[in-house]
Ligand binder design. Structure first.
Ligand code: SF4
Ligand code: MG
Length: 337
C-alpha cells in the first residue's frame, strides 16, 4: 500500500466551562470526525476558510495537540504501521524525526537570538545526532540545499528577508531527514514572486528527498498548483476530498463550489466556465455549529433533511469522497457547467 499517513475519525473537542467551579457547559467540536489518507510522495492540500480547523488537523497529526479521539496511522520505512494516537510523549519524540512542520510567519517562528547554526542545528542537538563539528557541516549543507549561502551560518534571522527566513525554517524542518512535512500557510505571508520561488523550492526538495507534504492554505489557486489531491474543510469537518484535477474540473460539494465561485479564476483555455454562486453569510460559530449539515445555512441547495441529519463523508466516483446528502442529484442537474 502506498499510504504514508492514514487519519481515522480524528476528533478534537474543547470543553466550554462556566463559573468558578469551571463546570463544563458544552463543548467546541474543533475537529469532528476527520478521516483522510496521505500517500507516499504526494502533496495533499487542505483548504478552507480560516477557522475551518485545517491547522488543528496538522497539529493533531503531529501530536502537537492531544486528540480527543481517533487514530493517526503512520507507515514507517520498514512498512510497519504505528498508531501515533497511542504513543507516549517520549515515544512520540522519536517519531517526530519523521514528521516536521513549516509555519506561516517567517518573522515570529524563528528565535531572533539564535544564529542559523543554532536554529537549523537545534533539532540535531535535541535528538543527539552528531558532534558539534558534524552538526556544523550538516547545517552548512542544509543551508545550501535551501539556496542559502553557508557563509551565513553565524548570522541572526534579522539579517534576512521574509523569503529567506522561510528557507531557514525549511532547512530546520529538513535537518532530521523527515519523510513528512506539514506546511501551514507556509508562503501566505510572502510576496507573490517570493512565494512562487519558495513553492518551487519545496517542490524540488520533494523530488530530491521523496518527501510527502500536507499543504495547508486558504488559497485555492495555490492548492490547485501544488497539490496532487485536495481536502476541503468547513467548521471542523472534511466536506470533500478528490484528486486536484477532478475537484477543480467539477466540485461535488456545494461548499467547494461556493469557495471556487467566490474566487475569480480566469481560465485562458476558456473551458472552465462556472456558474457563480456567491458564498452567502458568515462562517458559523464553531461553539454552536448549525445542526445537520453545518453548511446548510449558507447552502443554496439546502433541503429539510439537511438541517436534520449530519451527512456522512462517503466515497463517490471511485477516488472521491463527499459529505452531502444530495451530491448525486446536484451533480446530475449540473452544479457546474
Ligand atoms: Fe447543501 Fe444539504 Fe448538501 Fe449540506 S447536505 S451541502 S445543506 S445540499
Ligand atoms: Mg490556520
Amino acid at each position: 500500500d502506498d499510504v504514508l499517513i492514514s487519519v481515522r475519525n480524528l476528533k478534537k473537542y474543547f470543553p466550554i466551562t462556566a463559573g468558578w467551579l469551571k463546570k463544563q457547559v458544552g463543548q467546541i467540536k474543533a475537529i469532528d470526525d476527520v478521516s483522510l489518507d496521505i500517500r507516499k510522495g504526494e502533496t495533499f492540500g487542505l483548504v478552507g476558510e480560516s477557522g475551518s480547523g485545517k491547522s488543528t488537523v496538522a497539529r493533531l497529526m503531529l501530536r502537537a495537540y492531544s486528540l480527543t479521539d481517533g487514530q493517526i496511522l503512520f507507515r514507517g520505512a520498514d512498512g510497519s504501521v504505528t498508531d501515533l494516537s497511542s504513543l507516549t510523549d517520549r515515544q512520540m519524540r522519536t517519531m517526530r524525526r519523521e514528521m516536521q512542520m513549516i509555519f506561516q510567519d517567517p518573522y515570529s517562528s524563528l528565535n531572533p537570538r539564535m544564529t542559523l547554526l543554532e536554529l537549523v542545528g537545534e533539532p540535531l542537538k535535541i535528538h543527539g545526532v552528531g558532534t558539534p563539528a558534524e552538526i556544523r557541516d550538516r547545517v552548512s549543507e542544509l543551508l545550501q540545499v535551501v539556496g542559502l549561502r553557508p557563509e551565513y551560518i553565524n548570522r541572526y534571522p534579522h539579517a534576512f528577508s521574509g523569503g529567506q527566513r522561510q528557507r531557514i525554517g525549511i532547512a530546520r524542518a529538513l535537518a532530521l531527514n523527515p519523510s513528512f512535512i506539514a506546511a501551514d500557510e507556509a508562503v501566505s505571508a510572502l510576496d507573490v514572486s517570493v512565494a512562487a520561488q519558495n513553492i518551487n523550492l519545496l517542490q524540488d526538495l520533494q523530488e530530491k528527498f521523496g518527501l510527502t507534504y500536507l499543504f495547508i492554505t486558504h488559497d485555492l489557486g495555490m492548492v490547485e498548483h501544488i497539490s496532487d489531491r485536495v481536502g476541503v474543510m468547513y467548521l471542523g469537518r472534511l466536506m470533500e476530498t478528490a484528486p486536484t484535477d477532478k475537484l477543480f474540473a467539477k466540485p461535488l460539494h456545494p461548499y467547494t463550489e461556493a469557495l471556487m465561485a467566490a474566487v475569480p479564476q480566469p481560465d485562458p483555455r476558456g473551458n472552465r466556465t462556472r456558474k457563480r454562486v456567491p458564498l452567502k453569510g458568515e462562517i458559523a460559530n464553531a461553539a454552536n455549529p448549525p445542526s445537520g449539515c453545518s453548511f446548510h445555512p449558507r447552502c443554496p441547495y439546502a433541503q429539510p433533511k439537511c438541517s436534520a441529519e449530519v451527512p456522512a463523508l462517503r466515497s463517490v466516483a471511485g477516488d472521491r469522497q463527499v459529505r452531502c446528502h444530495f451530491a448525486e442529484e446536484l451533480s446530475l442537474i449540473g452544479v457546474t457547467a
